[in-house]
Design a protein around this ligand. Structure first.
Ligand code: NAD
Length: 510
C-alpha cells in the first residue's frame, strides 16, 4: 500500500479541518498546521487548527451529548466500543502505516500501536459489564449501604506526538464505556493521525446512532491545550507529555479543582546484575534504548551494570550497536527510524555535547546522518556514553537514542542509582538471583510505576495499570482498575426501617 492510498482510505485530504464534534468537521479561523513526514521531509497535508469559537462549540456539543450518553446502559456502550475494535482491525494496516509515516516509528511499531487500540477496545467491552462498586454493612439496623460509580462528564485528552493514536484510545475506550464523552487535543506534530481515527470511529457511531459530541477533536498547539485545561466544563483532563507540560496543565486543572490524570516523562533504567542472563539483558537493553529511536516514555535511558560484567556488557553493546540499520522506518530491514523533527535533533546534539562537557566518555559516537535516504535531516545515530548518575544531563530525559552506562558494586547502590532521578516511570532488573529480584520489587526497591524483571523497560501490555510516580505525574491509565478515575463515586445509605438512628450512636431527640 502506498501512502497516497493510505490517506485516501483514511479520509485525509490535502487540507483538512482539525475540529470535529463527531460526524461534522467544523471550519475555523485557526492557524494552519503543516504536517511534514520525518521519514522523507515531505509535506503530507495541512490541518486548520481549532479557534476559540469552535472550541466553545465543541465543548457545548459534547456537554449535550453527555446528557444522553450517560443514560445508555454501559454494556450497550461497550457494544459500540466492540464495533470500534472491529473497525480498527479492518483499517489496521492503513492506520499503522500513517502512524509510521507521520511520526517516524517503524511500520511494525505502527501496527503494534493500532493493535494496542484494538486490545484496549476488547478490554473496555468486558469492563462495560464490570463497573461495579462495593456493598458494605451499615452499623445502623435496617439500613443498607453501598458504593456505585456514575459517569463523570467530559474527558479532555491531551496527547504527545510519540504515541499518536494509542494513548487517545486508552483514554477514550475506557471513558466511553464509563459513560463519558471525549474531547481530544492531539499533538500538533501528528495531527493527521487524529483525523484518521475520527473518520474510522465515525462509521461505527453513525451506524449505532451515537449522539454528536461523544467523540470530539480539537487540533492546535499548547494554546488549545490551555483552553482545554482551563475549561470548567471538563471535569477530567488526561494529559500525556513532558514534565514541563504536566506542571502547567496540572496547575491549571487543580486551580479550578478539576481532576488531572498526568502521564509524563520518564528516565528509565535497567539494572544488569552479575547474575543476569546477558543474552536477554543485551537484547532487552537494545530494544529499550533504540526502539522508536529512543522516543518512548519508557525508553531505556540508563543501564546500571555490575562491575563484574561491565566490560563484557560494554563489548556486547558495542557489537550490537554496530549492526543497527538506520533508515526509512517503512522498510522492515531497518531498526531505527528518524527523530520527529529538527528541534529534536538539536536536543540530541545538545545532550551529546553536555555529556562530554560534564565528564562522560563516549562508547558509541553519535551524529546526524546525511545523504540519500536521510534528506529529512532527522536521522541520528544511537549513541552510548559512560557517565555518573548525578551528571545533570543524565538526570534529564533527552527524547532521543542516547544510552548512559553506569557501573555499580552492590545491589543497594544500584537501586539507589535507579531511584536517584526525579522521574519514576519504568524500571527493570536483569537477574536470575531470587534475593536480588525480591529486593528490587520490595518496598525498599524500585520507586517506579512499572518494575520488570528480565524484560526491558518498554513495551507495556494494556491489562496492567500504566503510569509512573514522582515527576512522571502519578496517573494511571489503561487496564486494571484505572477506569475508576473516569467515573464519580457515590456512597449510598438507605434506611428501610421506621426510625431514624444516627451513626456513631449520636442522640438528637426533640
Ligand atoms: P509535549 O509536552 O511537548 O506535548 C504534549 C502535548 O501537550 C501536546 O499535545 C502539546 O500541544 C501539549 N501541550 C504542551 N504544553 C502545553 C500547555 N502548557 N498546556 C496545554 N497543553 C500543552 O510532549 P511531546 O514532545 O509531544 O512528547 C514527549 C514527552 O511525552 C516525553 O517527555 C515523554 O516521556 C512523554 N510521554 C509520556 C507518556 C506516559 O505515559 N508517561 C507517554 C508518551 C509520552
Amino acid at each position: 500500500m502506498d501512502i497516497k492510498n493510505v490517506l485516501k482510505e483514511l479520509g485525509i485530504r490535502n487540507s483538512n479541518s482539525g475540529t470535529s464534534t463527531g460526524s461534522k468537521w467544523i471550519k475555523t479561523k485557526g492557524q494552519l498546521i503543516k504536517s511534514y513526514s520525518p521519514v522523507d521531509g515531505k509535506l503530507i497535508a495541512t490541518v486548520q487548527a481549532t479557534d476559540q469559537k469552535s472550541f466553545d462549540k465543541v465543548v457545548e456539543t459534547s456537554r449535550k451529548a453527555f446528557e444522553q450518553w450517560r443514560l445508555v446502559p454501559a454494556p450497550k456502550r461497550g457494544e459500540v466500543v466492540r464495533q470500534i475494535g472491529e473497525a480498527l482491525r479492518a483499517r489496521k494496516e492503513a492506520l499503522g502505516m500513517l502512524v509510521s509515516y507521520e511520526m517516524g516509528k517503524s511500520y511494525q511499531e505502527g501496527l503494534g500501536e493500532v493493535q494496542e487500540m484494538i486490545d484496549i477496545c476488547d478490554f473496555a467491552v468486558g469492563l462495560s459489564r464490570q463497573l461495579h462498586g462495593l456493598t458494605m454493612h451499615s452499623e445502623r439496623p435496617l439500613h443498607r449501604m453501598y458504593e456505585q460509580y456514575h459517569p463523570l462528564g467530559l474527558v479532555g485528552i491531551i496527547s504527545a506526538f510519540n504515541f499518536p493514536v494509542a494513548v487517545w484510545s486508552w483514554n477514550a475506550a475506557i471513558a466511553w464505556v464509563c459513560g463519558d464523552t471525549c474531547v481530544w487535543k492531539p499533538s500538533e506534530k501528528v495531527p493527521l493521525c487524529s483525523i484518521a481515527c475520527q473518520n474510522i470511529i465515525n462509521e461505527v457511531f453513525k451506524k449505532n446512532g451515537v449522539p454528536e459530541g461523544v467523540s470530539c477533536i480539537i487540533n492546535g498547539d499548547y494554546r488549545v491545550g490551555q483552553w482545554l485545561a482551563a475549561s470548567e466544563d471538563i471535569p477530567l483532563v488526561s494529559a500525556t507529555g513532558s514534565v514541563r507540560m504536566g506542571k502547567a496543565v496540572g496547575t491549571t486543572v487543580m486551580q479550578r479543582l478539576g481532576r488531572p490524570l498526568l502521564e509524563l516523562g520518564g528516565n528509565n533504567a535497567i539494572i544488569v546484575s552479575e547474575h543476569a542472563n546477558l543474552d536477554i539483558a543485551i537484547r532487552g537493553a537494545l530494544f529499550g534504548a533504540v526502539g522508536t529511536a529512543g522516543q518512548r516514555c519508557t525508553t531505556t535511558r540508563r543501564l546500571i551494570v555490575h562491575e563484574k560484567v561491565y566490560a563484557n556488557v560494554k563489548e556486547k553493546l558495542r557489537k550490537a550497536y554496530g549492526q543497527l540499520r538506520i533508515g526509512n522506518p517503512l522498510d522492515p530491514k531497518n531498526h531505527v527510524g528518524p527523530l520527529i523533527d529538527k528541534l529534536a535533533v538539536q536536543g540530541y546534539l545538545n545532550a551529546l555535547k553536555a555529556v562530554t562537557k560534564q565528564g562522560g566518555k563516549m562508547l558509541v559516537e553519535g551524529g546526524v546522518l546525511k545523504g540519500k535516504g536521510y534528506e529529512s535531516g532527522c536521522y541520528v545515530k544511537p549513541a552510548i556514553a559512560e557517565v555518573k548518575n548525578d551528571f545533570p544531563i543524565v538526570q534529564q530525559e533527552t527524547f532521543a537514542p542516547i544510552l548512559y552506562l553506569i557501573k555499580y558494586r552492590t545491589v543497594d547502590e544500584a537501586i539507589r542509582y535507579q531511584n536517584g532521578v526525579k522521574q519514576g516511570l519504568s524500571s527493570a532488573m536483569m537477574t536470575t538471583n531470587m534475593m536480588e529480584m525480591e529486593k528490587f520489587l520490595s518496598a525498599a526497591g524500585s520507586d517506579c510505576g512499572i518494575a520488570n524483571v528480565n524484560i526491558g523497560t518498554s513495551g507495556a501490555e494494556i491489562g496492567g495499570a500504566f503510569g509512573g510516580e514522582k515527576e512522571t505525574g502519578g496517573g494511571r491509565e489503561s487496564g486494571s482498575d484505572s477506569w475508576k478515575i473516569y467515573m464519580r463515586r457515590q456512597t449510598n445509605t438507605i434506611n428501610y426501617g421506621t426510625s431514624l438512628p444516627l451513626a456513631q450512636g449520636i442522640k438528637f431527640d426533640v
